[in-house]
Ligand binder design. Structure first.
Ligand SMILES: Cc1ncc(COP(=O)(O)O)c(C=O)c1O
Length: 381
């Protein structure tokens, strides 16, 4: 049985209630929501409504209909960038971003649509909000940063950055891929205009699920136009939210799993999940540091971290170590660059990368002990 320590990529296993909810939904309600108006279609639509209400409560949104179901966090980010940015806009981002922020922005920059500034995080992996303030220009339309680095696990001061953005009338986009379901995110208190997150990581939904929250004052174009199941009379996308941004049949089966995941978090407790993941990460750090030749990335203040830890060995390159862990002891970690090349350049771990370990609520200290024992065995020469 694999010891799965790659929850920052996608969570596994899911809580039992997620598997049960999806099975039940697939067998009884998997009709096209809203479209036909028959009993099954209405039941499917009601499930989506319930999900939007739960999301609105969890993320303190202004209205459930501003939560758009997407395919993953990348889909949400593309929808946000391509729906709001216009020729001549300036965008500020950072050097610890995932490629789902880096690549669409760089492509828009190369196409001559936007200008881009990338502020650097400090050596511990934290962005200084004052650097963002200094980078603002009269053309700045958006600041786009992650809530927590998927390489370093460091949590960013999003509330401070949000305040700066609101004072300067700049859109604030947060990528909550590593925090949704783990840390409280309050879009109103943090002054977040656009919040993108996956359903398949901390919310325990299946792959193929994601969400974009759009603050009601944000002007956004529909990136994916098509059928919405309700008003078919208009020649262009109906302006009614959430359907305005939800052309096409949604992944109702996946969303049913994500909603079951959210219910599980509500009952189990987000704080309990966070505390457990931090405890395991702290324990891992204390064990790894006694192994000769092991280096751990990012600052050590666990009050400003999520349960993700990256390290490398002087003796065995990360890709080889990752393969050995999988092949010899069936431990799943994530070797490489984690789709975040700038973060690795800044950490001097480019292009070989690191091993990333990201426990979830079902991992144990005994599993961390097995990992440490294996790393010690493979890297001692
Ligand atoms: C910080 C961050 N942003 C965005 C993404 C992209 O998420 P998805 O795979 O759901 O598109 C990830 C995935 O690992 C991530 O860690």
């Amino acid at each position: 049985m694999t010891i799965y320590l790659d929850n920052a990529a996608t969570s596994f296993p899911k809580p039992e209630s997620v598997y049960r909810a999806m099975d039940e939904f697939a067998r009884t309600k998997m009709a096209n929501p809203g479209r036909s108006g028959h009993t099954m279609a209405l039941a499917s639509e009601a499930l989506l409504d319930d999900g939007r209400h739960r999301l609105n409560q969890m993320f303190r949104g202004k209205s459930p209909d501003r939560f758009i179901f997407t395919l993953n966090c990348t889909d949400s980010l593309n929808m946000a960038f391509k729906g709001t940015l216009q020729p001549g806009d300036h965008v500020i981002t950072s050097d610890i971003e995932h490629n789902s922020i880096n690549r669409p922005l760089r492509a828009l920059e190369l196409a001559g649509v936007i200008t881009l500034t990338r502020v650097n995080a400090d050596s511990g992996g934290t962005i200084d909000p004052e650097d963002i303030r200094k980078a603002l220009t009269s053309q700045t339309k958006m600041v786009a940063i992650t809530h927590a680095s998927n390489v370093l696990g460091t949590v960013q001061p999003v509330a401070d950055v949000g305040r700066i953005c609101r004072e300067n009338n700049v859109l604030f986009l947060v990528d909550a891929a590593q925090t949704a379901g783990v840390l409280p995110v309050d879009v109103q208190a943090m002054k977040i205009d656009l919040l993108a997150f996956p359903g398949h990581k901390g919310l325990f939904g299946p792959t193929g699920t994601g969400v974009l929250y759009v603050e009601p004052n944000v002007k956004i174009k529909a990136w994916r136009e098509g059928g919405t199941g309700g008003d078919s009379t208009t020649e262009t996308q109906p302006q009614v939210w959430p359907y305005f941004l939800e052309g096409g049949t949604p992944n109702t089966l996946g969303i049913s799993g994500m909603i079951a995941g959210i219910k599980w978090i509500e009952e189990y407790g987000m704080k309990k999940i966070y505390d457990h993941e931090i405890e395991l990460t702290q324990y891992l750090w204390s064990k790894l540091e006694s192994i000769p030749g092991i280096h751990i990335l990012g600052h050590r203040d666990f009050t400003r971290r999520v349960g993700t830890l990256s390290f490398f060995s002087e003796n065995v390159p990360a890709p080889d170590l990752g393969v050995s862990l999988d092949a010899s002891v069936q431990i799943a970690t994530r070797p490489g660059l984690h789709c975040a090349p700038f973060a690795h350049r800044a950490s001097h771990t480019f292009p070989v990368g690191t091993i990333r370990v990201s426990p979830g609520p079902f991992n144990t200290k005994e599993q961390i002990d097995l990992l440490v024992e294996a790393v010690e065995g493979i890297t001692s020469i």
